[in-house]
Design a protein around this ligand. Structure first.
Ligand SMILES: [Zn+2]
Ligand SMILES: [Zn+2]
Length: 296
């Protein structure tokens, strides 16, 4: 389910549905579509609209098992300061990490849209930024296709920029957003999962338009008992430049995923992105990006 932005809070739609014990769903993960034992009772502060969105999008229509107190704080999903209520669900540890990451992704994509509107759009009025892959709330279920097969046919990354002076508009390049707690200036290594790399290369080959990557530095600040995501900075690179800074591929510690390490010098401060567009850097980039191949 796509989460419409901005979420409109309608005071008349107070959300207090509960999953009761009779449902037989106590101590099972709300996000796991098939029955999965999870005794951990997780707690998060959410506005009513976001609770509803999580229930429908991520929790298989399972309402919270408990609604607690309501007060002014930062919503754990939309990141806005508003009336939030404590909500509890049974959710397993793996799924809970996914849920906790939503606030960060939403804040990061809002920061990319804001940067575009304030810094880029005024100088390039013909270019439009479209968010193609909004933050998707999803339940946990096994996928049929392998990640590798998906990458080869992927046509959408997070954003696409088009020239709207033509009819129909001409897509010029993708922007893939990556979010992390670090500032590029203070990093020596930038890591990307092999799957993410393949998604980008796959989409570039499939759509025949190149891709830039924007790193969004987003940190969590605790306004107890709620927490807020704060975006501190943005940096950019392109997929070919990033690949030319590859240092090694290694298994992530304690996980079965492989990650690629790059020299963080591949990235530039976001302020220089305007000159990349001004000189149509994306045209030259496509020739370089064409030569990239998926990593198996
Ligand atoms: Zn919210
Ligand atoms: Zn789960």
């Amino acid at each position: 389910m796509l989460l419409d932005k901005p979420i409109v809070q309608n005071k008349s739609t107070t959300y207090r549905s509960v999953t009761s014990k009779d449902s037989g769903l106590f101590e099972t993960c709300a996000r796991h579509t098939s029955r999965y034992t999870a005794r951990s009772l997780q707690s998060i502060y959410l506005c009513d609209a976001c609770t509803r969105a999580l229930v429908v999008g991520a929790f298989n229509d399972r309402a919270p098992v408990f609604h607690g107190e309501t007060f002014k704080g930062f919503c754990g999903l939309c990141n806005r300061k508003r009336n939030v209520t404590q909500r509890q669900w049974f959710v397993c540890g793996v799924c809970w990490n996914v849920v906790l990451a939503y606030q960060k992704s939403m804040a990061a994509s809002a920061a990319v849209r804001e940067w575009w509107a304030n810094e880029v759009q005024p100088n390039f009025p013909n270019l439009t930024l479209e968010e193609t892959e909004q933050v998707v709330l999803a339940a946990y279920s096994r996928k049929g296709k392998t990640k590798f097969v998906e990458a080869a046919t992927l046509s959408m990354l997070d954003f696409v920029v088009s020239d709207s002076s033509t009819n129909p508009p001409t897509p010029l390049f993708h922007i893939e957003q990556k979010t992390g707690p670090g500032a590029i200036d203070e990093m020596t290594i930038f890591q990307l999962d092999v799957n993410d790399y393949n998604d980008i290369v796959g989409a570039v080959q499939h759509t025949n338009i190149p891709s830039y990557i924007v790193h969004v530095q987003a940190v969590q600040e605790y306004n107890f008992p709620t927490r807020q995501t704060i975006v501190k900075g943005l940096w950019w690179t392109d997929i070919a430049t990033l690949q030319s800074h590859q240092k090694k591929i290694a298994q992530r510690r304690g996980e079965d995923k492989f990650a690629i390490s790059y020299d963080a010098k591949a990235f530039s401060p976001i302020a220089s992105f305007g000159s990349e567009i001004a000189k149509s850097g994306y045209k030259k980039l496509m020739a370089r990006a064409k030569k990239l191949t998926l990593i198996e």
